[in-house]
Design a protein around this ligand. Structure first.
Ligand SMILES: [Zn+2]
Length: 211
């Protein structure tokens, strides 16, 4: 536990506590480790060979981290970081790094999220917008649903005039296997409220994005 605390020393104490809450029960970690041992055997590997002895344990902890979104909620992330504001222009957080796992192949997809809203009396801390993306990205996902879930969540917590989320990502299931399209980027968007209804707002958003 001490190592975990050190590594996360940049987080405040509440977030550190959250990290610990987000851990899986030991019994679940054990069964994930066993599943990884079975998997290694099934592909013809020897889980007892030197390089692999600790792999099931490491892989189980990696999977725990990558799926911690299941054990988090937007409410807990947002917490008290919502403030009254008269701002009425587009607030955009661009290029939020995104790492998720495709639910069809259990392979990563990696990219960027751009999240915007127009406030209706309330604003949220910018770092919280990035953390909201993580809550949904750290689950098994498809990019389309991830995009919608982030937009809906922001709509829920702020009741803003509108929300726009654009995600651009490369999917390792496309790059490493099957069609092996190395350079294709998938783009998805979800526009709600005024971003959907007003062509002017939408084009202002797109020009802020630089598209
Ligand atoms: Zn896939």
């Amino acid at each position: 536990m001490a190592i975990l605390r050190n590594r996360n020393s940049d987080l405040d104490s509440r977030e550190r506590l959250t990290r610990e809450v987000n851990r899986l029960a030991d019994k679940k970690i054990d069964s994930i480790e066993q599943a990884y041992r079975d998997l290694l055997e099934a592909i013809g590997e020897n889980p007892e060979r030197q390089g692999l002895t600790k792999t099931p344990a490491r892989a189980a902890r990696a999977l725990e981290f990558l799926t911690q979104g299941y054990r988090q909620s937007v409410a807990e992330i947002v917490n008290d970081a919502i403030y009254d504001s008269d701002a009425s222009e587009i607030i955009l957080v661009k290029d939020i790094e995104l790492y998720s796992m495709c639910e069809h192949h259990l392979l990563p997809f990696i990219g960027r999220a751009h999240v915007a809203y127009i406030p209706n009396g309330k604003v949220i801390g910018l770092s919280k917008m990035a953390r909201m993306v993580d809550v949904f990205a750290r689950r098994l996902q498809i990019q389309e649903n991830l995009t919608t879930q982030v937009a809906d969540a922001l709509m829920d917590v702020l009741s803003p005039e509108g929300v726009a989320v654009v995600i651009e990502a490369k999917h390792l299931c496309m790059m490493m296997r099957g069609v092996e399209k190395q350079n294709s980027i998938m783009k998805t968007s979800c526009l709600l409220g005024c971003f959907k209804d007003s062509a002017t707002t939408r084009s202002e958003f797109l020009s802020l994005l630089g598209k």
